[in-house]
Design a protein around this ligand. Sequence first.
Ligand SMILES: Nc1ncnc2c1ncn2[C@@H]1O[C@H](COP(=O)(O)OP(=O)(O)OP(=O)(O)O)[C@@H](O)[C@H]1O
Ligand SMILES: [Mg+2]
Length: 509
Amino acid sequence: MLACVNTIAMEGVKAVPVEVEVDLSRGLPSLSVVGLADEAVREAKDRIRAALKNSGYKLPTLHITINLAPAHLPKVGSAYDLPMALGLLAAMEQLPLAALSRRLFLGELALDGRLKSITGALPAAIYARNVGIEEIIVPEANGLEAAFVEGVRVVAPANLLALVRHLLGVEPLSPLPVTDWQQWMQEERRPYRNLREVKGQEYARRALEVVAAGGHNLLMSGPPGSGKTLLAQCLPGILPPITLDEALEVTTVHSVAGRLDPLRPFVGVRPFRAPHHTASQVALIGGGGHPRPGEVSLAHRGVLFLDEIPEFGRTALEVLREPLESGDVHISRAAMSTRFPASFQLVAACNPCPCGYFGSTQRSCRCTQLRIEQYRSRLSGPLLDRIDLHVEVPAVPQEVLVAIPQGESSEEVALRVIEARQRQFFRNGIGVCNARLDGLALEHHAGLGEEERALLLKAAQRLGFSARSYNRILKVARTVADLAGAERILSAHLSEAIQYRIGGLFSHD
Ligand SMILES: Nc1ncnc2c1ncn2[C@@H]1O[C@H](COP(=O)(O)OP(=O)(O)OP(=O)(O)O)[C@@H](O)[C@H]1O
Ligand SMILES: [Mg+2]
């Protein structure tokens, strides 16, 4: 008797179909799993045996072959337990084959038959809906997550027996109501720091506004305690609110990473990720035997903050270049290559030297010239080149520190950012920020006049900047002009953009 059960495998954040075939034949009693299954899938045998036994079933004394097809696709993780167990029950004629068709199953089995949570329930439900599967069965803990998807019934049983009774029609389980995530989105609190808290730092605040408006990356350097981390934490709060589509993308990444809260499996705000500099490359970029999204993907559509950036390993920083350029990461493994989305804004912070007080008026620096150079050389040129704004954040003067903060709130700044983005999308195309402009489009949208070109030439001669710097200055100037509501880039906008190019201690050409 041959039984066939639908399930999925994950390719990055996309679910692709997998069929679990179970065959019983005469021969020595044994159970073998074939079809490029990893260790966790092979271990499923023992879990399935125990779960079936503890649910009141006895395995037949026959040769059992379980095939996961297509064979070329790697099958990882424990979500195949449930489809394998059901296939076995059908092959044992404990379940009619018809009960398995037009349904899709995934879940890990505990030894007592309970269904344990799995990753990727949301992309699985999206896949099921897209191919016209009528019902998806996921563990109870993944129910809310799968129920985001309209157009497919979601059933989330607590254990194997409850599911079998449902499939037999003895005690049907009701499908979950579709999660009202528009409502959730409205309720979502934006958990960021507010610019209202920041004292002084007018220059850095302005740079942050430019960064938010144009989708640029930012590097801040300054002594300890000057507010770099605080400023970075303010950035997501002045970005335009996340859209429904973006929230779905972000939630999908977090679903595949297994990082959703079962009671509220939804990311309805722009992520802010701040990995520590001791984080491994896999943690940062993603990967592992069962490829999981890394910090760069968890920050998708939000902010990746790298504090003390020179302390990150050089190779870790080098691999950041790909996502910064393309908005996604490729993780190559022997058996496959996986793509995860990773479109984020990078904010990096560092001290000017190892002791932190180089150039400070408040304390003297104890570092030798050599140590300072070694410290700064840890940041590679190509990475720095992908950061449009380099800004110095000096210590706040004492009289400002003891005064009441005077600056605008994030809400006020966010209004200007939204307007500037609307201007960009109207001109550059929907969703294209100035940071993404290049070549002819950039030159065309800049609309430089004679006077502005003369100013640029003077700056180029004085500072000796390269073609790449020229482009970056133009992009940032375009954003400054958009914030000012100007059609063309004017000299004042250019001057401001040049400041952000030569500011900071890590600028070079
Ligand atoms: N400009 C500021 N306005 C208000 N509070 C500030 C400011 N700068 C620093 N602080 C306060 O001081 C604390 C330390 O600041 P923060 O962590 O942002 O400094 P930092 O520049 O990141 O320092 P480090 O280089 O040590 O990481 C913060 O909790 C913040 O509340
Ligand atoms: Mg800090």
